[in-house]
Ligand binder design. Sequence first.
Ligand code: ZN
Length: 86
Amino acid sequence: MSGTSSTDNCPNCGYDGMETYKDYKPYDHHIFFCANCGWEAVTEDRYLSLEELNNERAKRNLPLLKELPTRKAILTSTQIEFKNKK
Ligand SMILES: [Zn+2]
């Protein structure tokens, strides 16, 4: 893993042991988890459906697509890695 783990103050309850994980690959994303109050925040990525994508392309005057472009996969599985690491 290329990211870093540390602890910080929870913005919800103030607990100073909130766990954080930050990584810059494949793009900047963060995970925060507070074992005191249960607050959690994660960066997640997803792909739009063809209809959603064409709606966004239409707003930007881009040609509409007949089928979805090739997609590798969801780019981050950090949340799963983070949970499994414990
Ligand atoms: Zn908390």
